[in-house]
Design a binder for this molecule. Structure first.
Ligand SMILES: *Cc1c(COP(=O)(O)O)cnc(C)c1O
Length: 219
């Protein structure tokens, strides 16, 4: 199958899942995860009308997105991988959304950089719903207080929460937990669901899904 066919298939699965969940058409944003693919492999998705993309590394993204963004206005680029504070300046310069705010140090670095660069990004807090030691993200129990700290002490507007459920578990309870925390924290957006489980995530209220291999193929 060609990339455009796979993209259309994902779009139609999203539309079906929205309908089945009783949610309005277009309620869910598709973030096409293009990590490991180069500019030439990404262009067909842009040609097919896709404008929202996700990448997990700042440095890799710097090698392709300045060029792709210059070619096509209206691209929205999401950072979905861990951010180190020494990369905060580069991340704020290139990305439109950072989904992986997960500790005070990085929240401060991003807040300082947004001020310095006069740029306002959308920000999500990543939650480690499975409390996995190897995975980034704030603990579920600390999420509401952390969102408050970002808002009150750092003046950040936190737009959403993001999670990556443990690979070997049923993702539903993790999506439900993220939705519950978002309600408690007063946060509207929910970034959850990947190639293997985005339809489930939509049933649990995802407002965006991050889909890579189902669109671009195996990495
Ligand atoms: C790679 C990645 C995805 C996409 O994964 P697929 O299984 O290829 O859809 C989604 N979210 C994050 C955080 C990722 O790193």
């Amino acid at each position: 199958m060609e990339l455009q066919e796979r993209l259309n298939e994902v779009r139609s699965h999203i539309a079906t899942a929205e309908r089945q969940a009783g949610r309005p058409d277009g309620a869910v944003r598709l973030v096409a995860v293009s990590k490991t693919f180069d500019a030439d492999q990404i262009r067909p998705a842009i040609s097919a009308g896709q404008r929202v993309f996700g990448e997990n590394r700042v440095q890799e993204s710097q090698g392709k997105w300045p060029e792709l963004k210059a070619e096509t206005p209206g691209i929205e680029l999401h950072l979905i991988g861990p951010l180190q504070s020494n990369k905060a300046a580069d991340a704020v310069a290139l990305f439109d959304v950072i989904e992986t705010i997960d500790r005070e140090k990085i929240a401060r670095a991003v807040a300082d950089e947004m001020k310095r660069q006069g740029k306002r990004l959308q920000l999500y807090v990543q939650v480690n719903t499975g409390l996995e030691p190897q995975k980034a993200g704030i603990a579920p129990d600390d999420t509401v207080a952390f969102v408050e700290l970002c808002r009150k002490e750092l003046g950040l507007s936190i737009d959403g929460l993001m999670c990556i459920p443990p690979a070997e578990e049923n993702p539903g309870p993790h999506f439900a937990l993220l939705a519950k925390l978002a309600g408690e924290a007063g946060v509207e957006k929910l970034s959850m669901g990947m190639s293997s489980d985005y339809e489930t995530a939509i049933a649990f209220g995802a407002t965006s899904v991050r889909v890579g291999s189902a669109i671009f193929g195996a990495r």
